[in-house]
Write a protein that binds this ligand. Structure first.
Ligand code: FDA
Length: 584
């Protein structure tokens, strides 16, 4: 007999674990989360928070979304991505990042009701954790996962109570390993991985200093600094990252992984800060310093039986592109509704297989993307004639040479411009953030082939209602005139049928299927004199179906199936689709 029992045990209270707990509690599922430490993230590692993640927070509630914006640095202050020899020194180039280029801004606004923002992990985690606990999650801090065993009916996990030093067991129907980049759960579950850990060495130096005079006129979250050693280890270049504007900062500085791990003393940290900021007199208030490794490692299978892993446990990569915590929260959004429906007896256990089919490709994609972004910093060094390493004397000469009026200097200026502009694949890759389309048994084809990505899929989000894609966002209107996103009409743990005038039979069919299967299905008819109106015509364009057609949207906003027009037997069609999707 285990000491404690729960439906879902989650190891880890990071973005992945806390989001899973918050979602499960919102869906009414009993769950428990444990963390080996007494509190949440003590450093602001993740910060770039993309639109898709904000949609998950919005699904948790407008109060959750609003609180995130309240703590976040606004998108307007994120975008002047600067490359320089130091903050006080010469600026080499700049690009507008994170949806701040006017063209990119338009794409962002058209893609989602939510805004990208900069929300440090030290704010995101407490928000998700509070949401979870206030809605029913049992949290046990200072509790360390040691091992687990699973059988046909559940999982028995042994934990260590770090306050008493005593071991105890927790019996759960499912175990979620959200225990980060050194995941023991993934290891004990025997998940297969590809790639390599520790391909580079890096350190974080967190400090307070008012740097307004160097940055307030060119507001950004990231200032990239080219200095001797900036091309060693690390994430491509020395980085001064804003944590809170403009007086809290995090320096990311690389070291050679093949050499000894540096000891980041106060003296060392102050020296690096002075060097990157370019102010030999700078006084910093050091908050903390630590080293970490750059990884290029992802799980090719994300679950084993009743054990599901997510977040850094299955994708380990550098912070380039700012995808880690975002993808972790999105993993949670994919898995939580599936666990909920299986636990409520509304879906067969087969539905859970789709987690692996849908999220393992994402793990590979983002690990590859983030590591590629480091490599793509190389051309900037090369354009400045420092492909072989940064030599300060040579660097000054090269910076000087680019100021000439001769053809060679012009060529060099062009090479620098091109190399910096190419970094949009790291700093403005909207497609990487939003284009995820799923292929699995939890998606039913409508017989149409996948629409081709007409634009660069890494750069541009391309909306479609092709089954497997995320439902496109379009503003529709409530009867009183208030705007509401198409995404707001869906989610909250339920399937939604979206249709228009002439599609009333889908609503009737959905009610009958819901009753027969014992599930809840929300139905929305969009059209004149209905609860939701499409005054602008944006929804008609985005939906890619006729008014009498039907879009079936999963609780995680992905389209499960669509039918372009009214079917002959809508109830039979919906039954067929639900049985397939739910694995019944
Ligand atoms: P995470 O590591 O956050 O949490 C793991 C949890 O498991 C912790 O609560 C831990 O205590 C617990 N745990 C571990 N072992 C345990 C055990 N045996 N027993 C009990 N508990 C255990 N991402 C992003 O999206 N945008 C960004 O801008 C950045 N920027 C960034 C900058 C820097 C410098 C770094 C180092 C990283 C980023 N990231 C990022 C990445 C991001 O920080 C990372 O991807 C997420 O924290 C991963 O979240 P998880 O919840 O998966 O793991």
């Amino acid at each position: 007999m285990a000491d404690i029992s729960t439906d879902v045990l989650i190891i880890g209270t990071g973005p992945a674990g806390s989001a899973t707990a918050a979602l499960l509690s919102s869906y009414g599922i009993e769950n428990m989360v444990v963390n080996r430490y007494r509190w949440l993230a003590n450093t602001p590692r993740a910060h770039i928070t993309n639109q898709r993640t904000m949609e998950v927070l919005r699904d948790l509630g407008r109060d959750v979304e609003d609180e995130a914006y309240m703590h976040a640095t606004h998108q307007d202050l994120m975008g002047e991505n600067v490359f320089c020899e130091s903050l006080a020194g010469e600026e080499i180039g700049r690009m507008k990042a994170w949806g701040n280029h006017p063209l990119s801004k338009a794409e962002h606004e058209m893609s989602s009701p939510c805004h990208m923002n900069d929300l440090p992990q030290t704010f995101m985690e407490p928000l998700l954790f509070k949401t979870a606990c206030s809605r029913g999650t049992q949290a046990r801090m200072s509790t360390e996962y040691l091992r687990h065993e699973q059988d046909a009916d559940g999982v028995t996990t042994t934990c260590l109570d770090r306050l008493t030093g005593k071991e105890f067991t927790i019996r759960s129907k499912y175990l979620v390993g959200a225990d980060g980049g050194k995941s023991l759960v993934a290891e004990h579950a025997g998940l297969p991985f590809e790639g390599q850990m520790a391909v580079g060495g890096s350190m974080n130096i967190l400090f307070r200093a008012d740097l307004s005079k160097y940055v307030a006129h060119r507001p950004s979250v990231l200032y990239w600094v080219m200095q001797p050693g900036a091309d060693v280890g690390g994430i491509g270049m020395g980085l001064v990252r804003m944590v809170r504007p403009w007086n809290e900062w995090l320096i990311v500085w690389g070291y050679d992984i093949n050499g000894p791990e540096p000891e980041v003393t106060e003296e060392f940290a102050t020296g690096v800060a002075r060097q990157l900021i370019g102010d030999p007199e700078l006084e910093i208030e050091l908050i903390s310093a630590n080293t970490w490794t750059v990884n290029n490692y992802y799980a090719t299978r994300t679950s084993e039986g009743r054990v599901f892993c997510m977040g850094d446990a299955i994708h380990r990569h550098p912070p380039s592109n700012g995808l880690g915590s975002n993808t972790s929260i999105q993993d949670a959004f994919n898995l939580a509704w599936k666990l909920s429906m299986v636990l409520k007896g509304q879906a067969g256990a087969r539905l859970l297989d789709s987690y692996d089919a849908e999220r393992a490709p994402v793990a590979k994609q983002i690990v590859t993307r983030a590591n590629q972004s480091i490599a793509e910093t190389g051309p900037i060094f090369e354009a400045l004639g420092m492909g072989e390493g940064v030599d300060p004397v040579q660097m000054q000469k090269n910076l000087e040479a680019r100021c000439d009026g001769n053809p060679a200097a012009e060529k060099q200026r062009e090479a620098i411009r091109k190399a910096i502009a190419f970094k949009k694949y790291e700093f403005d890759a909207h497609g990487v953030e939003m284009n995820q389309r799923y292929i699995s048994d939890a998606i039913v084809s409508d017989g149409q082939i996948e629409p081709a990505m007409e634009l660069d899929p890494d750069m541009h989000y391309q909306p479609t209602t092709w089954p497997g894609a995320r439902l496109p966002h379009a503003w529709v209107y409530e009867a009183g005139g208030a705007e509401v996103s198409s995404l707001d009409l869906c989610g909250h743990g339920q399937f939604t049928v979206l249709t228009g005038l002439g599609g009333e039979a889908w609503a009737k069919a959905a009610a009958a299927v819901a009753k027969r299967l014992g599930i809840e299905i929300t139905t929305r008819i969009i059209g004149p004199r209905q609860a939701h109106l499409d005054h602008s015509g944006d929804w008609a364009r985005a939906s890619e179906i006729t008014d009498s057609g039907c879009l079936l949207v999963r609780p995680d906003h992905h389209v499960a199936w669509r039918c372009a027009k009214m079917a002959k037997e809508p109830e039979a069609e919906l039954s067929r689709v639900f049985e397939a999707v739910l694995g019944r």
